[in-house]
Structures are given as C-alpha cells and as structure tokens.
Design a protein around this ligand. Structure first.
Ligand SMILES: NC(=O)c1ccc[n+]([C@@H]2O[C@H](COP(=O)([O-])OP(=O)(O)OC[C@H]3O[C@@H](n4cnc5c(N)ncnc54)[C@H](OP(=O)(O)O)[C@@H]3O)[C@@H](O)[C@H]2O)c1
Length: 204
C-alpha cells in the first residue's frame, strides 16, 4: 500500500510511520517536511500537497492524519480567537483532508483521522479541544454514510499515549496511559480492516 501520514514526525505519527513502513510505502507529511509539506490549517496547502502526490505517485491507498491543534486554557479565559485555532486546525483541517484527500485515493482506499479521549472524558482546560474532537467524531460518522462504496473513513480516539505521559499526566489525573502498540491497533484496524464510519476508541 501507499500511505500518506500527516504529522508523521510527531509522538503518535512517528509510531504510525514506523509500523506501516515495515510492509508499506509511507510518505511522511507535515509542516516542516521538505518533500511533503502541508499545513492542515491552510486549505491551499492541503490541495497543493495532494495534487503533487497524485502527480508523483498516482492514486494512493490510505491517508492518516495524526496532526491537529486546539487551544488549552480555562473556559473563562478562552477567547473566540482561541476557539478558532481548534476549529481551523483539528476540526476543519481534518475535514479538509477528507474533502480533498478522497480525490487521490483508490477505490475503497481509507482515510483515518485522529482525535482523543477528551471527546468523551474531558478534563480541565479542554472546552475547545474536547469540542473539536467530538465534532470530528460526528463528522466521520455522517460523512462516511455518503462515501460507503468508494472511500472508508474512520477516526482513532486514544487516551494519553505513554510516550507523551510525562507531558500530560498532571492534566489527566487517573487516566491510564495507553501503550503505543495498543494505540497502533486503532490505526491498523482502520487502514487494514474493512470498517467505515467508525470512532475507534482506545481508552484502557
Ligand atoms: N499525545 C497524546 O497522548 C494524544 C492522545 C490522543 C490524541 N492525540 C492527538 O493526536 C494528534 C497528534 O498528537 P501528538 O502528541 O503526536 O502531537 P505532536 O507530537 O506535537 O506531533 C504533531 C505532528 O503533527 C505535525 N503538525 C502539527 N500541526 C500541523 C499542521 N497544522 N499541519 C500539518 N502537520 C502538523 C507536526 O509536525 P510539524 O510541526 O512539522 O508540522 C508533528 O509531526 C493531536 O491532534 C493530538 O491532540 C494525542
């Protein structure tokens, strides 16, 4: 398979790249990539990357997005501008990856998005981050209904992964860290399985 991983240098993305590279061709994309640059908060950059990949590689089998930002702050301090960070990046960025990415996929190719446990179990300072995660879940379930025969679309929602636990532990009291191998099961299920419209939750 040919698989594009957006955010492939991140904590989650690098594990995805490591895993799928063993048996598939993986193209690693991100803002600082020289070969496959993309900023998902900028629609023109999404279109440009997919156009270039199609020209270089032809149609591909899968797109995984493990990128997307949202502002964390106490609810009382979140400004409208702060909310727009998550709306533009983690929500509309991923929606646009689906809108434009589907055009470069082979029939029954797949797109896998990434959210997180906050959608179902928010913690302090995550009104914006939890909101966009939940919106992505609803988007995936609804959009997949309309692309059933052509493209599969899923989202992986994991708890805090063990490789980021030092950074986030204090924000997630009592949340068990998720082993990286366990998190990977979600992406493998989405890319190599047959399911679509699924919110693949990996919380324990
Ligand atoms: N860490 C966790 O425990 C955890 C758990 C569940 C869900 N998540 C979610 O999973 C996603 C990835 O998390 P992570 O911990 O792996 O983050 P990370 O370590 O900060 O990595 C983010 C990756 O995405 C790329 N990126 C960031 N903004 C981008 C943009 N606007 N356009 C394109 N690429 C972009 C970064 O590379 P460049 O800077 O080069 O673009 C990097 O490769 C986030 O949405 C996060 O909320 C994380």
């Amino acid at each position: 398979m040919k698989i594009v991983v957006i955010g492939g240098t991140g904590t989650i993305g690098s594990k995805i790249v490591e895993h799928f590279s063993k048996i598939h061709q993986v193209l690693v994309a991100g803002r600082s990539s020289k070969k496959y640059p993309i900023d998902i908060a900028d629609t023109r950059s999404i279109k440009r990357l997919f156009k270039n990949i199609k020209k270089e590689q032809g149609k591909i089998d899968a797109i995984i997005c493990a990128a997307g930002e949202a502002k964390w702050a106490p609810f009382k301090d979140l400004s409208e501008t702060d909310y727009h960070i998550g709306l533009r990046s983690k929500l509309m960025g991923q929606v646009n990856v689906v809108r434009y990415g589907r055009k470069i996929l082979k029939k029954r190719g797949s797109i896998t998005l990434t959210t997180g446990v906050l959608a179902d179990d928010p913690v302090y300072q995550t009104a914006s981050a939890a909101m966009v995660n939940g919106a992505v879940h609803s988007f995936v379930q609804a959009a997949a209904l309309e692309m059933k025969k052509k493209i599969r679309l899923n989202v992986v929602s994991s708890g805090v992964v063990i490789d980021a636990y030092d950074k986030y532990e204090s924000y997630f009291p009592g949340h068990p860290p998720i082993e990286m191998d366990k998190m990977m099961h979600g992406y493998v299920r989405s890319v190599e399985g047959r399911g679509t419209g699924q919110v693949i939750r990996i919380y324990v």
